[in-house]
Design a protein around this ligand. Structure first.
Ligand code: AMP
Length: 220
């Protein structure tokens, strides 16, 4: 499976990617997660990316392509990958295309996760992550079912809100998505790779729609 999950911040890319990795045993490659790890480690990359991320803007394309080249070269990505949050600009998509052509492993499908824009804000302000297991919840739409808060996965669960999920930053991220990332819908449609999935409603139903779309595309 070699796919991209495309969609606005809050469309559920990360949540659905977590489910696909369990079912298909390929890694989720989330550039947001890779950057957050770099920020937490205070590496050179993290120090460079921190302010950009907190402002809701995009890290530059050359840096992102370097990160993705290294990550897709790792042994666990040889069986496939689920890209989550990458590409986000046309130059990133062109770079990815060239990289995958070099590797002889082209994309099989790009799935657009469609959510009404009014819902995105609520989803983002309600989002919480478990510091221990990394699972993502939503205090409005997908609260952890039983205590402990991560649903029993962790010994010492600890939910936190991402630094860029504050209201002003969310508005900026949605604006950046519309201006810089949304054009990728036409880019991939023109290449015959785009599949759309209604990403509203029950998480299990969205997973079922996503699996059906991937099967149709021959990617699952
Ligand atoms: P995400 O977790 O995908 O919402 O990403 C969080 C933040 O990391 C974004 O708002 C950007 O600042 C940065 N980021 C993640 N992926 C990319 C990318 N492909 N290109 C540029 N910036 C990115």
């Amino acid at each position: 499976m070699r796919i991209v999950l495309l969609g606005a911040p809050g469309s559920g890319k990360g949540t659905q990617a977590q489910r696909l990795i369990d079912a298909h045993r390929v890694p989720q490659v989330s550039t947001g997660d890779l950057l957050r790890t770099a920020v937490a480690a205070e590496s050179a990359l993290g120090l460079r990316a921190k302010a950009t991320m907190e402002a809701g803007k995009l890290v530059d394309d050359a840096t992102m392509l370097g990160i993705i080249r290294e990550r897709l070269g790792a042994p666990d990505a040889a069986r496939g990958f689920i890209l989550d949050g990458f590409p986000r600009t046309i130059p990133q998509a062109d770079g990815l295309d060239a990289l995958l052509a070099d590797l002889g492993r082209p994309l099989e499908a790009v799935v657009l996760m469609e959510v009404d824009s009014g819902q995105l804000f609520r989803r983002l302000t309600g989002r919480r992550t478990c510091r221990s297991c990394g699972r993502v919840f939503n205090v409005y739409t997908a609260p952890p079912s039983t205590p402990p808060p991560c649903g029993g996965q962790c010994v010492t669960p600890d939910l936190f809100q991402r630094r860029d999920d504050g209201e002003a930053t969310i508005a900026k991220r949605l604006e950046v998505y519309a201006a810089q990332t949304r054009p990728l819908v036409e880019y991939y449609r023109a290449r015959g790779l785009l599949r759309s999935v209604d990403a509203e409603g029950d998480i299990d139903q969205v997973t079922a729609r996503l699996e059906a779309a991937l099967k149709n595309a021959g990617a699952a």
